[in-house]
Design a protein around this ligand. Sequence first.
Ligand SMILES: Cc1ncc(COP(=O)(O)O)c(C=O)c1O
Length: 403
Amino acid sequence: MGEEELEAVTRLLKSRSLFRYYGIDHQHEVAAFEADFARFVGVRHAVAVSSGTGALHTALAALGVGPGQEVIVPAYLWVSVVAAVVNQGAIPVLADIDDTFCIDPAAIQRCVTGRTAGIILVHMSGAPGDVEAIRKIADRRDLFLLEDCAQCAGGSVNGRGVGTFGDMAVFSFQMNKNMSAGEGGAVVTSDARLHARAVACHDVGYARDANGRMIFDQPDLCLWGKGYRLDELRAAILRVQLQRLPQTTSAMRGSKYRIRKALARHPSVQLRRIVDPAGDTGAFLITTYRDAETARRVNLALRAEGIVTSPQGVSNVLLTDWGLHLYYNIVSLVRQTSVNQSGFPWTLAQNADSARAYAKGACPVADNLFERSILLAIPSCLSEQDENDIIRAFDKVLPVCAA
Ligand SMILES: Cc1ncc(COP(=O)(O)O)c(C=O)c1O
């Protein structure tokens, strides 16, 4: 955050017009951000929303997901992904990951049933999944592909931006993301119908005219709204953050690949397979070890060397300590809980034939990788000295802890 964000926020506050659709001195900041963001991603349309979670709910509503349908999700994800499926009344089906730490295309094939509506590919921990292969599966099986790019804004595969492969894609601008306004999100698509439905669903359920007035005579767009509009203030911050994004990802990628190169000297470390290093945003480094005990020892030793963030100490972490990113830690999924007495959506007759397996053991490749891997966040402000400190710490601890 710098002077540009401060200027943007001040300008917006002075306008006294913080609502996106109209105001006394309306700045049209959300609309401008949507246009900027769609252009940046490489799609026709973007809808700015108040969170990545809201973006997922909006996208699934636009796609018409509901009871009687299954949506394939990865074992390594964020709780919001399953929450969006469950809240729509559909059944999440877990597919295992591979050494990209994203959903495994072969596992997707095994999960498809006659009830499968689509696939959510989550580009986890800063780097894209094998999206080209997954797009082909979606096409062959006539499934929708929703890309969750919350952790991968600015990423690409073979020169094509993440978010352009899916029928729809979502982004988050929450604090931990590559660009942020504290909270915020976006739904993107090149499909005009899906866009119109997302616009209606993220708001009050109806389309609006150029003056922000609701339209009630479009039968296709008399839907139900979820109330995820973004405000002008955060859009103004996000427009500045978007301009910074290439610089942010290039800095993270530079640091990460310098460290990865140094780690290649150590045969005791396996590095995550990256589908296209040029399109990795660099936000996280994942290293994998022989077994759980080795990973635990390396993690503790790196921490003792000062390779730990403060004050909360969330990085570096063993992946097993990465909370609601791991399917088996999502208690409400494992227990199939409901927000109401009916047991929705688990007890719906339309969902009766869907198989469910959510407890640890359901995705053995993920279970094994989680136990043996460490996640290190890579900030965009690492100096050469910081990078040297990280490399020196690995050089010191690996021969002792992982030999
Ligand atoms: C993969 C993924 N999807 C969705 C979300 C939800 O975003 P938000 O926190 O903005 O609701 C997050 C982030 O928290 C995420 O990491």
